[in-house]
Design a protein around this ligand. Structure first.
Ligand code: FAD
Length: 559
């Protein structure tokens, strides 16, 4: 297995190399690295840190979802006016700060790290930082409950420098992309792109394989790298953005796609975008899927490892009282002498801070509720966004499973009905499986993570109902018993537990036209020089690469 992991084909380039060619690598501001933060935390510090860390190492068996807890924010933000009246209006600020960041997910943490000399205050509504990039650990084995991996960044990219600066660059395990192992009808199909599972369509498989490879091979097609500030590249991406991913690929293949190929692309789009290949823009589809043919970097615990490293540095670099978990912001108001940020703290006390500048690192549908003075054009742009829901199930297994692939696409019978997306997705359930052992091969245990997006509007309601946890557990357990246990030859005795994580609005849909119609530009535009927006929604592209590019670009302007 180790041998396989180190086999990285150097003929291909990854998507960051393309940027290098244009000389557009965004640079991280040259601040001294937080050397102090690389030291171990003192035990009293580490007690507190362990409670706010993106990685929960104190899991116990309980019958509730982890992930989003929606009761507090919904109650307050969905009827903000009544709430503010009930507390007798906004309070006077208790402190004045240069920079306040709202949201402590990956974008808030990266922005805070890049601007740490400004001593930002981060207000995060959840009890732990990390947003969707959270993880858990079971007997030392870290696994993701959300964002799992990234495309290996090129050495002189901003993201690579950031990971290096954090001191975690050697923590990843690299996986060669494009190997394309999938499971159809309970059987492993290796080397999917050979077309062996649908021999009559080998020519179509080859045409599309070559097409994807052309984006990551020197001298091939231009990779649609975004976020971008380059006008020529943007025109090219806008053109791709006019078409949906599936139609685009059919046009490139010159024929309708065969069934197994359709199913893989459809499941990939569910898993990565929360949408169907018929609604995802070809720009987003190629940006994600072609990049999968280059190298993939997997940290123990997935991207929560990065979030934890960022938080650790901030924990040491910032003064006390600057990392504020459990702090739900409910109002952001521009005033004459700054921006007034009002929030409910972890003890349910109403507080406010007057800030010179504010970064909104929360989703746009939340920002809309917080800022009454939101410009009309921005409100209209936000109204264009759809968000899709997600469940991640983690199966804790009392033995190692080391021979499986890192990310295995689970294609059912390989006959996705993409004309009835909601019905098909509900029936199919999980669409891919990630093995946490991949980055911790010495573990005596295994955690398999099952990904099930809700690639249709209305999926969120299914997760909020009173019976949602029991329903999901029953549905997922049945699929595991019928399909997954036989595949891995698992017995009930080997299972420690099944843990479910729910995400209500985690994925902005990368729908056709958001780039071409300039919606994304309006979404990301700051309000004056005082309220900035740094979050994955800026480009409706849910990936750490989006977040890093936006944090690097906007933090240099804020500075
Ligand atoms: C299941 C799943 C799998 C994924 N897998 C990958 C992957 O493998 N690789 C990848 O690159 N990306 C993946 N993603 C996308 C991932 O979401 C992004 O990479 C990134 O983590 C998003 O970070 P963010 O900070 O922009 O948003 P979020 O993570 O949504 O962070 C926003 C933060 O704002 C906080 N907040 C919201 N409202 C308020 C308020 N009123 N007051 C205070 N705080 C507030 C939230 O609690 C949250 O912490 C995945 C997403 C999901 C859901």
């Amino acid at each position: 297995m180790d041998k396989k992991r180190s086999r990285i084909d150097k003929k291909t380039i990854n998507r960051r190399t393309f940027l290098k060619g244009l000389g557009l690598i965004p640079l991280i501001p040259l601040l001294p690295a937080c050397q102090q933060a690389t030291k171990e935390l003192l035990s009293s510090e580490s007690d507190f840190f362990s409670m706010i860390s993106p990685i929960n190492r104190t899991i116990n068996d309980h019958s509730v979802f982890s992930g989003d807890d929606f009761s507090r924010p919904h109650h307050i933000l969905w009827d903000k006016k009544s709430y503010i009246e009930s507390i007798g209006g906004l309070t006077k600020p208790i402190r004045k700060e240069e920079l306040v960041i709202i949201g402590g997910g990956m974008s808030g943490l990266m922005s805070a790290y890049l601007l740490r000399d400004k001593k930002p205050v981060i207000l995060e509504q959840a009890s732990r930082f990390g947003g969707n990039a959270k993880g858990e650990a079971w007997k030392g084995l870290q696994y993701s409950i959300g964002a799992a991996y990234l495309i290996k960044p090129e050495q002189d990219s901003g993201l690579y420098k950031l990971l290096k600066d954090l001191g975690i660059i050697n923590d990843w395990t690299l996986k060669r992309g494009g190997e394309g192992n999938v499971v159809i009808n309970g059987k492993l199909i290796e080397n999917f792109w050979s077309g062996n599972s649908e021999p009559n369509h080998k020519a179509t498989y080859k045409r599309l394989y070559d097409y994807f490879m052309s984006f990551i091979t020197e001298g091939g097609n231009t990779f649609p790298e975004y976020p971008t500030q380059d006008a020529t590249l943007r025109r090219y991406i806008n053109k791709l953005d006019q078409e949906d991913f599936k139609s685009h690929l059919e046009r490139m293949a010159g024929t309708a796609l065969p069934s197994h190929l359709t199913t893989l692309l459809e499941h990939y789009c569910y898993s990565s975008f929360g949408g169907s290949s018929k609604e995802i823009s070809a720009a987003a589809g190629i940006n994600f899927f072609a990049a999968e043919f280059s190298d993939i970097a997997v940290f123990p615990g997935g991207n929560s490892h990065i979030a934890e490293a960022l938080l650790k540095h901030l924990y040491r670099a910032l003064p006390n009282n600057h990392l504020l978990p459990g702090s739900l912001v409910f109002d952001v108001k521009k005033e004459q002498n700054g921006v007034l940020v009002s929030y409910l703290d972890a003890n349910n006390q109403v507080k406010s801070i007057l800030a010179d500048k504010v970064i909104m690192s929360c989703p746009k549908f939340v920002a809309e509720k917080l800022i009454d003075q939101m410009p009309a054009a921005k409100l209209a742009a936000i109204a264009e966004l759809e968000y899709r829901a997600y469940v991640v199930a983690n199966l804790l297994i009392n033995r190692p499973i080391i021979e499986s692939d890192y990310d295995l696409y689970w294609l059912g019978s390989g006959n996705a009905d993409i004309n009835k997306v909601a019905a098909y997705a509900k029936k199919r359930g999980i669409t891919d499986i990630i093995n946490a052992n991949y980055s911790s091969p010495d573990s005596e245990k295994t955690v398999l993570s099952f990904y099930q997006a809700f690639p249709y509007n209305g999926g969120r309601a299914e997760l909020y109902s009173q019976d949602a946890y029991a329903d999901m557990k029953t549905r997922i357990s049945a699929q595991l018993k019928n399909e997954v246990y036989p595949y891995y030859q698992l017995t009930e005795q080997e299972i420690q537990s099944l843990r479910l994580t729910r995400w209500g609005h985690p994925l902005p849909l990368a729908a056709v036209g958001l780039l071409d119609r300039g919606i994304v530009d309006t979404l990301s535009a700051p309000i004056d020089d005082s309220i900035y927006f740094i979050e994955q929604d800026n480009w409706a592209l849910p990936a750490i690469e989006t977040v890093a590019a936006e944090a690097i670009y906007w933090s240099s302007l804020i500075r």
